[in-house]
Design a binder for this molecule. Structure first.
Ligand code: HEM
Length: 138
């Protein structure tokens, strides 16, 4: 097989793995007691949302230009609390390992860990009286 053809086939396989990961993540998230109610309330149409999130991962992992959004801003007005992040990341990590080849899964998990940290610093920049992340100063 020519190098360019091989590369295109590898990209197709990677896109399919990303799609499978996103689909499975939202199946599990929808059934999760902590995340399910947020997804249910805030995602009006699932299929277009899956497309957006798959485009995001394609951009993040494969360098495509299909995603042009700003993920942090989308989360600012969601009813998210600090404890949601640990569950989100645990579920994403598990799903990425199940659905993507090792190299892609570790890159995705590294990016998700980093974004989880950034989102939390942005959404909860203070500490409450018990030292927990908070939206307002103690
Ligand atoms: C507490 C954890 C999280 C919850 C409950 C959550 C929930 C949601 C919800 C409900 C939406 C749809 C919002 C809308 O369309 O108005 C969304 C969008 C999105 N989320 Fe999250 N999210 C979380 C963390 C993360 C993290 C850590 C990432 C990092 C990869 C991420 C990536 C995205 C992306 C890429 C979108 C689409 C953004 C866009 O529309 O441009 N989310 N999330």
């Amino acid at each position: 097989m020519e190098a360019a053809v091989k590369e295109a086939a590898a990209d197709d396989a990677a896109e399919a793995a990303i799609r499978a990961c996103v689909k499975r993540f939202y199946e599990k998230g929808g059934a999760d007691s902590l995340l399910g109610p947020i997804f249910e309330k805030s995602i009006s149409e699932l299929e277009p949302h899956l497309d957006i999130v798959a485009n995001f991962w394609s951009h993040a992992l494969l360098g495509t230009t299909r995603y042009q959004g700003t993920p942090f801003g989308v989360h600012v007005n969601l009813p998210i609390e600090p404890q949601h992040f640990a569950r989100w990341l645990a579920l994403f990590t598990e799903t990425a390992k199940e659905t993507m080849p090792e190299r892609l899964a570790s890159a995705a998990v590294a990016r998700a860990e980093h974004m989880t940290q950034c989102f939390q610093s942005g959404l909860f920049p203070f500490k409450d009286s018990q030292g927990r992340p908070s939206k307002a100063p103690a």
